[in-house]
Design a protein around this ligand. Structure first.
Ligand SMILES: Cc1cc2nc3c(=O)[nH]c(=O)nc-3n(C[C@H](O)[C@H](O)[C@H](O)COP(=O)(O)OP(=O)(O)OC[C@H]3O[C@@H](n4cnc5c(N)ncnc54)[C@H](O)[C@@H]3O)c2cc1C
Length: 483
C-alpha cells in the first residue's frame, strides 16, 4: 500500500516533486511573467477562451504537436487559486501524472451494510492539486514563447467573420477568421477553442432534461488539517454512503494525504437545497462521528466546491468550421461519474492532432521545440497512444450505453444506489471496473458488470434509455426530412 504523498507509479512519469518543493495547498499558482506580457497583435492562429484545465491542456497539446503561430489564452479569472483537486485512475500517461501528491492502491465504498474494499495496485487512484497543475502547465507553455495569456478579461460573443480584412496593428491580414469580442476589445482567430466551462441557462437545462438524463453532482470539499493524527493515509474512502440520506442521495469522500491532513468532501447527487454552511456543518458532523475530531481540533486550510451535471446529453464539440468546444463545454465529462480530467487529456490531444493534420495552424520543426522536461510529450508514449484517441465523442458504444443506463438507474432509484455501488465495487473484478470507469473497457468487462448488477431495475432503465434514444433519432430524422 502506498501512503499519501509517496507517489511512484509503475509505467507513469515518476515524480521529481517532493513534499518540500510543492507549494502548500491553498497557495495560488505562479504565472510566468513572459506569458502575461501583452503583444501588439490582434490576430492569432488559435484563440482559446477559458484557460482552465481544458484550455491549458489543449494549448500545451498544440505546442507539443508543433504549433508555432501566435496563440492567445483569455480567462476572466484574475489569478490561479488552488481551487480544486483532480483525481483519476492511473491508466495511461498524461503530462501531469508526475505531479500527483497522493496515490492509493485500494479504495473503499461504505454503506450501512458494511465496507467493500477494491484494490488495483497496477492502476492506483491519483490525486493532484490544482496549484501544481496550473503552475506546471503555465511554466511549460511559457517555454515555447508564442503564447500570450490575458487574465481578468471576459470573452463574450464570437462569430465566423468570413474572409475579412483586419484593421489595427494587423492591418491588411486577410483570411477566414473568427471574430471574438471581449471586454478588452476584439481579437481574430484562425481557430477558436471555447473552453469556458459549462454555463447553461435554466431554459437549456430544462430542454436537456426533456430528452436526456440529468443528475446534478454538487459538492463542497474542505482541506482539513487536524491537531492530532486521525487519518490513515492508506485509506481512501471513495464513497461513504453510511450518512444521513434524508435530503437526497449523498456520500462523503475522504482523501487523506497524511495522518493529519485530508480532503473531506460532502457530495450530493441530488438538489439538497443546502447552503455552503449546511455542507460544512455536515462535514463537521462527519469528522466528529468518524474521526472523533471536535471543531477546535482542526483547521480548514482550503475549500473547493463544484457542480458537475451528470448527463448523457451529447454536448456539441464542433460548433462550426473553425470553432471547437473543449472540456466540460465540449462534453468531456463521463456521464455516470462526473470524472472529466482524463477525458480532457484525451480530447485535447485529439484536437491538437486534428488541427495540425488539417493544416489549420502553422507548424514548425520538432527539433525547435523547447525542452519541457520530458513531461508534456508523454502523449506520444506507446501506452498513451491507443486510448488517447478514445475520447467521449468516440466512446465504445456498449460502454456509452451502459454508462447511460447506469445514470438512468441513479436518477430513477437513488435509494438503491448505495447498494448497487457496493455490488459493483465488491463483485466486479477491480481491473475490469477501473477499465469501465476510465472508458477503456471491452466486451468481457461489460459482461462482468452486467452479471454483477440487479437485472430487473437495470432492464427498466435500459428500456427508458433506448426509448429516449429512439425518440431522439426519430426527431433528428424528421428534422432532416422536413428540410
Ligand atoms: C472542485 C472541483 C473538483 C473536481 N474534481 C475532479 C476530479 O477529481 N476528477 C475529475 O475527473 N474531474 C473533476 N472535476 C471536474 C472537471 O475535471 C473540472 O471541472 C475541470 O476543471 C473542467 O475543466 P474545464 O476546462 O472544462 O473548465 P474549467 O477548468 O472550469 O475552466 C474554465 C475556465 O473558463 C474561464 N471562463 C469562464 N467564463 C469565461 C469568459 N466569459 N471569458 C473568459 N474566461 C472564462 C474560467 O475562469 C475558467 O478558468 C472537478 C471539478 C471541480 C469544480
Amino acid at each position: 500500500m502506498q501512503r499519501g504523498g509517496d507517489v511512484g507509479v509503475e509505467g507513469s512519469a515518476r515524480s521529481d516533486l517532493t513534499t518540500s518543493d510543492t507549494a502548500p495547498r491553498g497557495t495560488p499558482a505562479v504565472v510566468p511573467e513572459s506569458l502575461a506580457r501583452r503583444r501588439t497583435s490582434t490576430i492569432y492562429d488559435v484563440v482559446i477562451l477559458g484557460a482552465g484545465c481544458a484550455g491549458l491542456t489543449s494549448c500545451l497539446a498544440l505546442l507539443e504537436a508543433g504549433a508555432v503561430g501566435p496563440i492567445l489564452l483569455i480567462d476572466s479569472r484574475t489569478h490561479y487559486a488552488d481551487d480544486r483537486t483532480w483525481c483519476f485512475w492511473d491508466v495511461e500517461a498524461t503530462p501531469f501524472t508526475h505531479l500527483a501528491r497522493s496515490s492509493w492502491d485500494e479504495w473503499q465504498v461504505r454503506t450501512v451494510a458494511g465496507t467493500v474494499t477494491a484494490a488495483a495496485p497496477a492502476t492506483p487512484y491519483l490525486c493532484l492539486a490544482a496549484n501544481d497543475f496550473y503552475t506546471f502547465a503555465l511554466a511549460s507553455i511559457a517555454k515555447f514563447g508564442n503564447v500570450e495569456l490575458r487574465l481578468d478579461e471576459r470573452a463574450g460573443e464570437y462569430r465566423e467573420a468570413g474572409d475579412v480584412e483586419v484593421g489595427g496593428p494587423a492591418n491588411g491580414a486577410t483570411g477566414d477568421l473568427v471574430e471574438v469580442s471581449t471586454d478588452g476589445g476584439t481579437v481574430w482567430a484562425r481557430e477558436l477553442i471555447d473552453s469556458r466551462g459549462l454555463a447553461l441557462s435554466g431554459t437549456t437545462v430544462a430542454a436537456v432534461k426533456e430528452t436526456s438524463t440529468w443528475v446534478p453532482q454538487q459538492f463542497v470539499g474542505l482541506h482539513i488539517v487536524a491537531t492530532r493524527p486521525v487519518f490513515d493515509p492508506g485509506e481512501c474512502r471513495l464513497m461513504d454512503f453510511a450518512v444521513d440520506q434524508s435530503r437526497g442521495l449523498r456520500f462523503m469522500y475522504v482523501l487523506p494525504s497524511s495522518p493529519f491532513e485530508a480532503l473531506v468532501e460532502n457530495v450530493y447527487m441530488s438538489e439538497p437545497r443546502l447552503g455552503a454552511e449546511g455542507y460544512q456543518r455536515e462535514i463537521e458532523e462527519y469528522l466528529l462521528a468518524e474521526f472523533g475530531l471536535e471543531p477546535n481540533e482542526f483547521v480548514v486550510a482550503g475549500a473547493e466546491r463544484g457542480y458537475i451535471p451528470m448527463t448523457d446529453h451529447r454536448f456539441a464539440r464542433r460548433m462550426s468550421a473553425r470553432v471547437t468546444a473543449a472540456g466540460m463545454r465540449g462534453g468531456a465529462t463521463r456521464p455516470s461519474t462526473g470524472y472529466t480530467f482524463l477525458g480532457i487529456q484525451r480530447s485535447s490531444r485529439e484536437l491538437a492532432d486534428r488541427l495540425i493534420r488539417e493544416c489549420r495552424v502553422a507548424v514548425g520543426q520538432p527539433a525547435a521545440r523547447p525542452d519541457t522536461g520530458g513531461r508534456a510529450d508523454v502523449w506520444r508514449r506507446p501506452d498513451a497512444a491507443p486510448h488517447a484517441r478514445r475520447t467521449r465523442a468516440h466512446a465504445d458504444p456498449t460502454c456509452s450505453l451502459l454508462d447511460a443506463v447506469f445514470l438512468r438507474f441513479l436518477a430513477d432509484h437513488p435509494e438503491r444506489a448505495p447498494h448497487v455501488f457496493a455490488l459493483m465495487f465488491g463483485r466486479v473484478d477491480t481491473a475490469s471496473l477501473v477499465r469501465f470507469l476510465t472508458e477503456r473497457s471491452g466486451a468481457l468487462d461489460h459482461a462482468r458488470l452486467i452479471i454483477a448488477l440487479p437485472k430487473l431495475p437495470f432492464l427498466r432503465s435500459a428500456a427508458t434509455v433506448m426509448g429516449r434514444r429512439g425518440l431522439r433519432a426519430l426527431g433528428t430524422w424528421g428534422a432532416a426530412h422536413r428540410r
